[in-house]
Write a protein that binds this ligand. Sequence first.
Ligand code: IPT
Length: 950
Amino acid sequence: MRVGRMLLVLVVALAGGGLAGVPPAARAQAVQVQSSEAEAEAEAGQRVGYDAYSVMVGGRRVLVQAAEFHYFRLPSPELWRDILEKEKAVGFNAVSVYFDWAFHSPAPGVYDFGGVRDVDRLLRTAAQVGLYVIARPGPYINAETSGGGFPGWLKLVPGRARSSAPGYTAAYREWLGQINPIIARHQVTRGGPVLLYNVENEYAVNTDAAYMQDLQDVARADGIDVPITTNLCCDAASWTSTWASGDGAVQIPGVDDYPQSFDCGNAATVWGAWGAGITERVREDAPVFAAEYQAGAIDVNNAGYQACRELTGVAYTRYFPKSNLIAGGATAFSHYMGFGGTNWGWLAQPNDVYTSYDYGAAITEARQLTAKYDEYKRQGYFLHAVAGSLTRTDPVAAPAAAGLETLARANPDDGAQFVLVRNPGTAAVSSSLGWGRYAFPVTLPGHDAKVLVGGYALGGQRLVASTSELLTHEAIGGRDVAVLHGGQGTPGATVLRYPSRPRVTVLEGRVASVFDAASGDLRLDYKHSGLARVLIDGGGRRPLLLLLGTAAAAASFWRADTAAGPVLVRGTALLRSATATPGAVALRADTAAAGPVEVFAVGRAVTVDGVPVATRRTPSGSLLGRLPGPRPVVLPALTGWRQRAEAPEAAPGFDDSGWTVAGKTTSLSPFVPLTQPVLFSDEYGFHTGSVWYRGRFTATGAETSVSLNAITGKRGNYLVWLNGRYLGSAAGGVQADSDAPANPSPGAGEFAVPDGLLKPGAPAVLSVLVQNMGHNDDWTADDNRFRQPRGLVGARVNGSAAPVTWRIQGTAAIDPVRGALNNGGLYGERAGWTLPGYADHSWPWAGAAQGPGVTWLRTAFSLDLPKGQDTSVVLRFDGAPPAGYRAILYLNGWQLGQYGAAIGPQTDFVLPAGPLRHNGRNTLAIAVIATERSVAATPVLAVAGRDSRE
Ligand code: IPT
């Protein structure tokens, strides 16, 4: 066994030189080597360099095609592999990853890298899948995460965040001291996947060069030896530094491009709202790096993420990223986001996002592939195929086409030309492209673009020019197989050059060919329709199978590299990987429905997920078989809900003696408390979710009302009781730096004291439940936003001068498995009502109206989902989110969502495998926080997607 494995490793290592742009670790995956010992044998560190054209690994140019992925938004390490395999399968060779400080650190000096926080495992998985990693540990990451990645406790650390102030410096060095060694040991230079190391995030205003420099000095001292990058956003006019020179300069400054902005509600009309999105060269000696290339949007106006997917859909993707390539000359870029995921727990920054971080990405939050994924694949495969030429190009004069815009680049060494043809108008244009000696008909719909290739060594062939876009070309079994594509019904022409007349056999479709003996040019003319197949052999070159299809036909192909060369597969819903031995090809593939599968590979036999597939040889030389679809999935109805009201904290006699006394008089926040003492929840160590306050005073009987102010971030609220009597609720304040002067009384609520409620001389208790929604970001690096308090910021009993003494309670204890951001401080959370083991059998059946206040619903269900099949399950509420209450959803103790009209439009909540037991018993708990008497809706289970897979 061991001998066999070593032999395979050797074979693959030899073949590795031919896998241009494939991370070295992909070789390990290609032979399914799992043992780290074998991996170590296969891997040796390679130097990462760069010049003005591209990044280089071991002296070889690499076109870095990445997608952003946030492990912290998918609380299921087993599913990290699923997402990474999908990013790999789309043709990308890298993944860009933020590391969220707050996700790992509940308190100063306390760091957790276990379970869903096991970033070592993440980096290992990336290596096994064969993806490079762009590591982005911040310390500031933005990313719509609570605090922009800053832990809540940083609010108590003196010194401006994102500066060289000593307090902040000590804090971020503590984080880097934890995360850098992990990243460092997974660098390409040590045989791992980490290719680039990005410091800070869009650090362009209120900058401090000493801080920017220290981040890099610390990284170097911690062993980071790959190139250091940063990402600037988006508008050069506002940058105070480009970090291209001087103190704090990075090696490869990148630019974030968001051409479509974030107005998802107007997806139909927005086109380049934030400009053409052409990434600029920031530093002359470094490649053009689009560190974040818009690939979705945050749903700032609650239009729903499907609208964001349209805003940044196929049309956008066909136009802007292609322009970026040729106009900007980018050879490294990352699509933000490739997969958005979920703001589970209290991960979200409250002002821009709700639970879902689907982002309208190409892979949905429920891990399903979309039409945008198809477009990524068309571009991803193309770039993979031409990377050898496209990683070193200069602008050249472009062939012209009346009514269309053209731009071109060429490789000075091999002469390959890349021509962008785009239609900036909204109406279709049919024109003629004068390219070399040829005039080719071209038709482009409005707002569409193509990148055409000419003068190009296509495997063993000479491609003179083509008006079809290239999907890929692969050398398979002694011949070239090339796939070209164009819009349905549009004209296509391809010219290939031969030393002598070749034989042309049209196997399928209608393709006209003319050979010009003088030039040796074979010109093929056709209309893109279905998939035409042309076999060209003789002519002094090895055979070529030319597959000429529509864009949809192109998207039906998958490619993978194996030790015996590349494999092309047509059909299946996903090709995860392939392994080949002379004689057979083994695919790991998903199907969404029964259907044909066609395999272009060396060998006579095919297995899919280990099961042999009966195939026959086609005239194209491929193997054609049929695959079954996934098995049906039956989900149980959710019944047997039990219900229990809580909020004992509202009752006057509640024992709060164990709570923290809130008596501070000062705070580091620039926000001046409206009354004393300081009640900001962070001051007392409660950084996450709900907090309770109890204020005691001696009544005079003259009290008229209670005036409160709470800042919660957008979507938060608070509920107020006096001596156990519910007085009402108010929306929490959202106080950004800019409205500070305009809004001196954020989150104000005025609550009348009912007549006769308070007796002169008797003790009175004011109970306030505040829903803190997470911390503001620090995008402007000025502390006003980030240090904005949470919780009560002012409290006054009107009509009385009696002093009020306060106690506060938040999260009781950090959940060791689910982490610091999972729970807030509701009574039920403190008492373990969220957990599967909690005994609720004495609770009454649900259904009665409850509230205002806090009510819990619980039920359990068992699943027995088909094994070896990927089922994506969601929790679905019927109808629009309710206005009278909000619900916090827990699955087996994992806080996976918040539902309510004040939160956002979301009605489907993804239940990822891991937290969800696919074959076993599960418990759901829902905390309903009602501002009025309500009957809470109960959700159902639904299937968001199912794919067969092993
Ligand atoms: C840019 C950030 O770098 C990233 O973290 C994320 O917040 C993203 O945008 C938006 O989702 S910032 C921007 C102003 C485009």
